[in-house]
Design a protein around this ligand. Structure first.
Ligand code: NA7
Length: 526
């Protein structure tokens, strides 16, 4: 966004809480952290020089490599000079008479700006359950999303992990066998599909480079921002054996290619095929775990495959539970009651622990935005407006909050896609919109109430016709006690969403109101 706005000749200041670039990949440094999108598409597509001079080493990039990539991009585009690091934005207030935002930072600096653009991420405010007794725990504890920038030696420790989402699964398979003992506190089992990671060979990489234009085109024009084909759109007309064959082939390919066995929207809305796929994975889990009782605890039956974000297995996750030094504790059956000075007490036992790792996820989708005290027109706060769940137009604009753009905001495809594709689409759309406003002499843009209401209804309706309501997921805010539960990302596919956004822009920003403001700052001050 900084790069594009500079290209438009605007003066831009970026505020960043961390002391370096990287966002998610700056904070999530826990052992085993890796991206589930394939590396060759988990990067920027907009500048050819960036992929000419960068080469990913593995099929899925590990955290240090992604961080190094983002540092490389920041250097190459000379971005750092406009980024203020270690600076937390605490509030942003809109002034109607001048149509400007005043952004305030934790150290008291106030900046006046014409446009206020948030790029705070969907999964950046960590969520940690509030357990009694944590203050009295005499061991060490960490949250995976605030991992210290140093190697932690678990060698002689009894380590406990709370959480078996994507993060917990990566951590457990990486650290299982490296600690004296690992105890996993699992509330809900998950469907981990093998990622089938491997080094990217020269030949494979040469092939990627030769076809990059086509790869990007297909990724942009796809449901999930990934350039993968499916066997056929639906499983209609296929026998059970043929479906099994398709699934087995995709299981061998691994990763998100498995979710593309058939058209992903169909897999996530047709209960019958979804149950076939879910059962296929359940059988795979049973085959991998030696002890049948442990295996059954690891088999998910409470939600359909994909109704929660499907995790990947990089390192024989299920096989980890065959080790003598790894124990699975079912905290759905006997919940965690409290921390004690020596460990964790559940409803039916006590576990002695030296170290506890919270892999308990995030206050997702809205948490980081609402952590900033945002006040729009007429003194309305975003928090008050979103009390019953987020309301946006296209996930890009909010009625009552002029000149605020939210990159990968609620009700845009964001987390249901390969994120860089969704981010680029938003960045391009916002930059084009600002350029249009300058060409036409507009000072202010604001989503209309009607357009916003229709968009919210549209997103909810699409989600209701899919299987998402059958899971207690962070997609719906169900992981944070007391949070309003509403499905938040736009589930209609990045390809359809892009078309809608392009149509809106082509139609003079249909659904937005654009106008001039007498007291607006001069162009030089924008
Ligand atoms: P997730 O997917 O939200 O997983 C958090 C895990 O923590 C999940 O297994 C939760 O169980 C568990 N949890 C949360 N609170 C508790 C309590 N009170 N007791 C026991 N267990 C608990 O976060 P991740 O960091 O793994 O992944 C987030 C996304 O980041 C991921 O999907 C990718 O998109 C990248 P639950 O399932 O709620 O029963």
């Amino acid at each position: 966004m900084l790069h594009r706005l500079r290209e438009l000749g605007l003066s831009v200041r970026v505020f960043e809480k961390g002391d370096g670039v990287g966002g998610t990949w700056y904070w999530n440094r826990y052992p085993g952290a890796r991206c589930d999108s394939e590396s060759h598409i988990y990067c920027y597509s907009f500048a050819e020089e960036l992929h000419e001079d960068w080469e990913w080493s593995e099929r899925y990039p590990e955290q240090p490599e992604i961080l190094a990539y983002l540092q490389f991009v920041a250097d190459r585009l000379d971005l750092r000079r406009d980024i203020e690091f270690e600076t937390e934005v605490t509030s942003a207030t809109y002034d109607e008479s001048s149509s400007t935002w005043t952004v305030e930072t934790a150290d008291g600096e106030r900046v006046s700006t014409r446009f206020f653009i948030t790029a705070v991420g969907c999964l950046s405010k960590p969520f940690r359950p509030d357990f009694d007794g944590l203050d009295d725990f005499e061991g060490e504890w960490y949250h995976t999303a605030r991992w210290p920038d140093e190697e932690i030696d678990f060698g002689d420790d009894h380590v406990g992990v709370i959480g078996t989402g994507s993060t917990g699964i990566q951590f457990i398979s990486e650290v299982g066998g490296r600690a004296d003992h690992l105890t996993v506190f699992q509330r809900t089992p998950n469907y981990a599909v093998p990622a089938r990671n491997r080094p990217l060979g020269d030949e494979e990489y040469a092939d990627i480079r030769a076809n990059y234009d086509d790869i990007w085109e297909r990724a942009r024009d796809s449901r999930l921002g990934m350039p993968f084909d499916w066997e056929q759109h639906t499983a209609f007309n296929l026998s059970d054996e043929e479906i099994e064959e398709v699934l087995e082939e995709r299981w061998q390919q691994g990763g998100f290619r498995f979710l593309h066995a058939f058209e992903p929207g169909y897999i996530l809305s047709n209960a019958e095929i979804n149950e076939t796929i879910s059962e296929f994975i359940r059988e795979k889990i049973r085959e991998k775990v030696d002890d049948p009782e442990t295996a059954e605890k690891l088999v998910p039956t409470d939600h359909p495959y994909g109704s929660k974000r499907p995790p990947m297995d990089y390192n024989d996750y299920y096989g980890t539970y065959n080790r003598d030094d790894v124990t699975l504790v079912d905290v759905d059956e006997a919940p965690i009651e409290a921390f004690t000075p020596d460990g964790i007490r559940t409803a039916d036992d006590h576990y002695d622990l030296d170290t506890v790792v919270f892999a308990t996820g995030f206050d997702a989708m809205t948490g980081a935005l609402l952590a900033i005290d945002i006040e729009g027109r007429d003194g309305q706060t975003l928090e008050a407006k979103w009390e019953a769940g987020p309301r946006t137009y296209l996930g890009l604009g909010i009625h009552g909050f002029p000149n605020l753009f939210t990159i990968t905001g609620p009700q845009s495809p964001s987390v249901l896609t390969n994120m860089p594709m969704a981010i680029e689409q938003h960045v391009e759309w916002i930059a084009d919109c600002i350029a249009y406003m300058d060409e036409q002499g507009y000072d202010r843009i604001e989503a209309t109430e009607d357009a916003e209401t229709q968009w919210v209804q549209n997103t909810n309706m699409l989600a209701e016709n899919m299987l998402f309501s059958e899971a207690k997921s962070w997609y719906r805010g169900a992981n944070v006690p007391g949070k309003t539960q509403v499905f938040t990302p736009f589930p209609g596919g990045l390809d359809n969403y892009r078309e809608i956004c392009d149509r809106v822009a082509g139609d003079d920003y249909d659904g937005f109101e654009l106008d001039r403001v007498d007291d607006a700052p001069t162009v030089e001050g924008r």
